[in-house]
Design a protein around this ligand. Structure first.
Ligand SMILES: [Zn+2]
Ligand SMILES: [Zn+2]
Length: 242
């Protein structure tokens, strides 16, 4: 099947996400826009991914993910076969984060929400902080739990592999590079194709209107994690497309 995937979406757990980004609202919006595969990737956390999975109805599938801020302040996406794997990784990341202690005024309440939009908790660590994991350690951690490690918005001038390190480190076993929608439009990916990694586009949506602003069209045997993994492994360098 040909599917439109947006593998980088935040929820109200992220301190910078709009209050409307509950798991149920995210999946409803994505489904209305014709997306078939999502990954919920909150900053340094995964506690809302399972609710998004439970809220999703066919033909939409939701994968559990995380966006780890590494010690180098590189954003790294982990996308996992199931919510348990994402949770296990989030637990390791969480232990390295400072307590929230209120935090700056722009920070949202870091709400943990069930699939019916009920608030069931609040994360009390500073999810906006850099974790204690180096990029190499974060990639290893994602892989140890069966996940895909994707460098996020590599073309952006902050919190990206390129902005922080200046290059795609040779030998770092990434599964893909994500280019932002603006970077894709601007053709900024051209230099990245030399890295020999698959390029994908994701919206990095922090509000409902942004869902699907960036997407990757994939040809998958069926809609799910393993077919996604196989499609990325088979894609080689350059843009992934169906
Ligand atoms: Zn990011
Ligand atoms: Zn993000």
């Amino acid at each position: 099947v040909i599917v439109r995937a947006d593998l980088h979406i935040h929820t109200v757990l992220s301190p910078c996400a709009a209050p409307e980004m509950t798991p149920a609202a995210v999946v409803q919006t994505a489904r209305a826009r014709g997306l078939r595969l999502l990954a919920v990737c909150d900053h340094n956390a995964a506690a809302n991914a399972g609710a998004a999975q439970r809220a999703a109805e066919p033909p939409l599938r939701v994968l559990a993910g995380i966006e780890i801020t590494t010690a180098e302040e590189v954003h790294l996406l982990g996308v996992f076969p199931d919510a348990a794997a994402a949770t296990a990784v989030a637990d390791v990341v969480r232990r390295t984060l400072p307590p929230r202690n209120g935090g700056p005024a722009w920070m949202g309440p870091q709400r943990i929400v069930d699939e019916h939009d009920r608030t069931i908790g609040h994360e009390d660590r500073m999810l906006a902080a850099a974790s204690g994991l180096t990029l190499a350690a974060a990639v290893d951690l994602v892989h140890a739990h069966g996940g895909l490690a994707v460098a996020a918005h590599v073309d952006r001038p902050s919190f990206s592999l390129i902005s922080q390190l200046g290059l795609v480190p040779p030998g770092l076993p990434l599964d893909a590079l994500e280019v932002s929608p603006a970077g894709r439009m601007a053709g900024k990916h051209v230099a990245l194709e030399a890295a020999g990694l698959p390029l994908v586009c994701g919206s990095d949506a922090h509000s409902l209107d942004e869902i699907g602003d960036g997407e990757t069209t994939l040809e998958l045997a069926e809609v799910g994690f393993e077919p996604l993994r196989r499609a990325l492994a088979a894609a080689g360098g350059g843009w992934v497309h169906a």
